[in-house]
Ligand binder design. Structure first.
Ligand code: NIG
Ligand code: FE
Length: 410
């Protein structure tokens, strides 16, 4: 048995036996922290923690590793519940187009955006896609991410979508952190189906879904519900088809416009509704009566210059909030959740504690990992982070752009 003792921890964060599965509203302001603490793990499982003054010493030193965490914080690894890390190529030329005045929507309308990535992905081999995604995931881990949801959606053809999902399957098998797969065939209409929505939706429902289900390639199903993409009715049809195979919805809604997708997705049992840069009273009301996690993606807002989600309004209404990276080549070319933490504080006025709850407990919920991730508690084997020596927890989002994570233990 491999034993690990982390001692003299400046702050052991998000620790305890009574932390709820979802942290809502005003409760989000609180994060339990033990100061000057220890944490003991056996084969990665938490077997004891407490204050240093209550530590009873060691009677069995065999196979024991000790880490002295003086001046450092220990916290549960972040969960990234919304990413597109399997992609073929970066899209900095669109970034330059935006600097020169085009909007994300205008670039997409002239064949850039998601269709640009789909073209590249269909030209690339499964092996190369896998190798590239693996490198991205290692980098994300170094920034503190301990679980990742990954979407398809750059295939937009039967072969392309299956290829992406098989890559994600292989990442699940070969990465040492938990990965969840989401089928996002309804990310955009491919060029040949631009005027034939029925044709593409037929392909999703009759060709893609049965094969994905047969090979057990997806945990969730997603639709980009947005003007010029999928309407609320189209989303409903696709989500209902996914439900026949047990796929739970996690959807892209309200990024640019409010179409009524939030309410509809909740009716259809969505675990999370993601983006929400735009939101209205009906959306808030629908969320209030649900178990659906509103998930905000501040690095996307930052990068393509659209409004930041109104997390304060959600929390004032007693709602929980989760944060995720949205790592993708178009709207968020980084999976650094430290950056997300900073943006949430500086731009969305979330306190460091609120944002941390959104990156841990609530993010774990929104990817179905409440039982294993997002907090430190007895009997759990969740990945944990050790920071560098830092003056306070708030220093992490404050000193943005710096690497504050010294080590992730998975
Ligand atoms: O979440 N909005 C839809 N999907 C992605 C962007 C995809 C892309 O531009 O490649 C997002 O922002
Ligand atoms: Fe996304």
């Amino acid at each position: 048995m491999k034993k690990l003792l982390i001692k003299n921890i400046k702050g052991l964060v998000q620790v305890g036996e009574n932390i709820p599965k979802v942290i809502k509203g005003l409760e989000m302001r609180n994060v339990p922290i033990l100061e000057n603490a220890f944490l003991a793990l056996e084969d990665g499982e938490v077997v004891a923690y407490g204050l240093m003054e209550d530590w009873e010493g060691i009677d069995d030193w065999r196979d024991l590793e000790i880490i002295d965490a003086s001046g450092k914080y220990v916290l549960p690894a972040f969960c990234d519940s919304h990413t597109h890390v399997v992609f073929a190529k970066s899209r900095e030329e669109e970034f330059v187009d935006r600097i020169n005045g085009l909007s994300y929507e205008e670039i997409a309308l002239k064949g850039g955006g998601i269709l640009n990535s789909a073209r590249r992905l269909n030209e690339m081999s499964e092996t190369e896609l896998f190798e590239q995604a693996k490198v991205r995931i290692e980098k994300m881990k170094s920034y503190g991410t301990g679980a990742i949801e990954i979407k398809s959606g750059y295939g937009l053809s039967v072969e392309g979508e299956l290829k992406m999902l098989r890559v994600i399957q292989r990442l699940k098998e070969e990465c040492d952190i938990t990965i969840k797969a989401t089928f996002l065939g309804a990310h955009a209409f491919p060029k040949e189906f631009k005027e034939n929505h029925r044709g593409y939706i037929g392909l999703i429902i009759n060709e893609m879904l049965p094969q994905i289900a047969a090979e057990k390639l997806a945990d969730y199903i997603d639709v980009f519900c947005e003007r010029n993409y999928f309407s609320v009715e189209e989303m409903e049809e696709i989500l209902l088809a996914g439900a026949k195979y047990g796929l739970i919805p996690k959807v892209h809604v309200n990024q640019f416009s409010i179409l009524g997708g939030v309410k509809k997705a909740i009716e259809l049992g969505a675990l999370s509704v993601d983006h929400l840069e735009e939101i209205d009273e009906q959306d808030i009301a629908a969320l209030k009566n649900s178990e659906c996690m509103p998930t905000i993606l501040p690095s996307c807002s930052h990068f393509i210059s659209i409004p930041f989600g109104n997390a304060r309004l959600m929390m004032e209404n007693g709602l929980p909030v989760a944060l995720a990276s949205d790592f993708n080549p178009g709207t968020t070319p980084t999976g650094n959740l430290g950056v997300v933490w900073s943006l949430a504080c500086a731009k969305m006025k979330m306190t460091p504690e609120e944002a941390l709850n959104a990156l841990t407990v609530n993010a774990a919920y929104s990817m179905g990992l409440s039982e294993t991730h997002g907090k430190i508690a007895l009997g759990r084997k969740s990945p944990i982070l050790i920071t560098k020596e830092i003056p306070s927890l708030a220093y992490i989002p404050y000193a943005f752009g710096d690497q504050h994570i010294e080590q992730i233990i998975v």
